[in-house]
Design a protein around this ligand. Structure first.
Ligand SMILES: Nc1ncnc2c1ncn2[C@@H]1O[C@H](COP(=O)(O)OP(=O)(O)O)[C@@H](O)[C@H]1O
Ligand SMILES: [Mg+2]
Length: 309
């Protein structure tokens, strides 16, 4: 277990920001930490980064306890906060050399390592550019480059893609995939699920300081039932339509909502032309038939609801 929290609790005065959190991460996992604003993501990450102490409970990184063995933890982690610090009057290469020096990386070794992380984060062509002149996406990659200098085992990334344009998001995602392939353990937080779905090996969902789910992405999606949903309206008897459709093999469940028949198809079914055929065969006319937009965002909402109840 590379990261483990035991009843991790953090209070800010009376506000319970983290409530008995039990997180467990194996080495090499890419863990997506998902929750709405104010859920407690930053608080968790800052505790793991040894910048905050728990009010109660324990957080361990590679077996070391935050607050007691923080000095052993710091070389093992790379923390990228959700804002960019102020060293912006330097050029990119100097910026990285400055942080390398802070980790006692000097001389030839430093030149080698700075060159390597620039290459990895695709910033070699910007080595002489002022940090200030970089785009937001490049600054974000530079922040990641900075925490790679001391080759940490664990990367803690707090909403690294927020505020980036779609292209910069994809670049960050590709970089994180590469780091995952290199064997790093990664925690990445986001308030948007779709961003993480194809990147992470496991996810956790947090809401108001409580962990609602921890498991694989497949399991999360399965629980969220992201099968196709079709809305059907008939000028004839909706209840009869409901019964007809409920008996079909490809249909998972059917309900009525505001006079419309809502058909949840089984997960592997995409083609819903059989619905029209079956209704017409039963002398039910069709006023409208359309697919409901189900994106991962909605799935995430369903998932959190499904687990709370
Ligand atoms: N320094 C602080 N003092 C008081 N309350 C805080 C502080 N930091 C965070 N909070 C509160 O703790 C809760 C969790 O915040 P945070 O961990 O930043 O959530 P997230 O990163 O998921 O948006 C929120 O209700 C927030 O307002
Ligand atoms: Mg936050």
């Amino acid at each position: 277990m590379i990261i483990e929290t035991i009843n991790l609790t953090k209070k800010y005065d009376k506000l319970v920001a983290l409530d008995n959190l039990q997180l467990r991460l194996e080495e090499g996992e890419c863990f997506g930490y998902i929750g709405p604003n104010g859920a407690g993501k930053t608080t968790t990450i800052r505790i793991l980064a040894t910048l905050l102490r728990p009010t109660w409970g324990e957080a361990r990184v590679c077996g070391n306890v935050v607050g007691y063995e923080s000095r052993k933890i710091r070389p093992l982690i790379g923390y990228v906060p959700d804002f960019f610090g102020a060293y912006e009057d330097m050029v990119v290469q100097e910026y990285l050399e400055f942080f390398a020096a802070a980790y006692n990386i000097t001389g030839k070794k430093r030149d080698q390592i700075v060159g390597d992380v620039l290459e990895l984060t695709d910033l070699t062509y910007k080595r002489d550019a002022l940090v200030d002149s970089l785009s937001r996406g490049m600054k974000q990659r530079l922040s990641i480059a900075r925490v790679l200098l001391h080759d940490p085992k664990v990367l803690l990334l707090d909403e690294p893609a927020s505020g980036l344009d779609p292209r910069a998001r994809i670049e960050i995602r590709e970089l994180l995939k590469e780091l995952h392939r290199m064997g790093k353990t990664i925690i990445i937080s986001s308030h948007i699920l779709p961003e993480l779905a194809d990147l992470c090996s496991s996810i956790g969902i947090i809401e108001r300081g409580k962990l609602l789910f921890q498991g694989s992405v497949t399991e999360a999606v399965r629980r969220a039932r992201v099968g196709t949903v079709v809305h059907v309206e008939t000028p004839d008897d909706s209840e009869k339509a409901r019964q007809v459709l409920a008996n079909l093999n490809a249909v998972e469940s059917v309900s009525l909502r505001n006079g419309a028949v809502i058909v949840n198809l089984r997960e592997e079914v995409n083609d819903f032309s059989f619905i029209a055929r079956s209704l017409l065969d039963n002398n039910l006319r069709i006023r409208e038939i359309k697919q409901e937009e189900v994106n991962l965002e909605t799935a995430f909402m369903r998932l959190t609801k499904g687990i709370v109840q």
